[in-house]
Design a protein. Sequence first.
Length: 204
Amino acid sequence: MSRIAKRQLVLYSRKAHERGLTAAFGGNLSVRVGELIFIKATGVVMDEMSEEQVSVIDINGNQISGVRPSSEYRLHLEVYKIRPDVRAIAHLHPPYSIVASTLLEEKLPIITPEAELYLGRILIAPFRPAGTEELAKVTAEALRETDAVLMARHGIVTVGKSLREAFYKAELVEESAKLWYLSRNERKNQRLTSPAQVPQEPPR
C-alpha cells in the first residue's frame, strides 16, 4: 500500500506541474494510509519528484522516513484531523486562483454545472503566513464543510477520498477561477467600450 501511495504522489505531482497548477518549489500533495501520511519532501520540485522524495509522517507529525516533509505538513495534518473522511489532499498554487483570492473576500463564484456538482462551494480562507499553525487552522476550518478552499494570496487546497479525486477537484477550482476572472474582465471591457449615452434634448 505504501508503494502505491508513493507512486500516486509522483504521478499527480508531475501532472500538477505539467498542467500549470504549480511552479518551481510550490505545492504539495499527500495521501493518508491508516495513521501514516505520505507527503512531498521539503525542497522538492514537483515535476522532478521521485518515490525517494516522498516523506512519511504519522498523524501526530512524527517523522517516520529519512526525508523531511514539506513545510506545509501542519496544514495536511490539521485537515486530516478535522475531516476523517478525507484520504488525500492537494495543495497547489494555480495562478488564476491566487489572483481571485486577492480580489474576492468570502467565496469564489461557481459558474459551471460541473463545479457546482463536484465542489458546491469554494470558500476563501484569510491570509496567514505560509507553513504556520495559524494557516493550517484557518484553512482546515474552512474545509470543515466543503472540499475546496482558496488560501488568500497563497494557493488552493482540495480534498478527496483518493488523490485522483483531490487532484481533479483542484483543476475544477482553477477552471472556475479562470472563468470568473475572464468574465469579470469582459464585463469591465464592455462598460469601457460601450458608447456614451448622449442626453436627448427635451421636446420644444
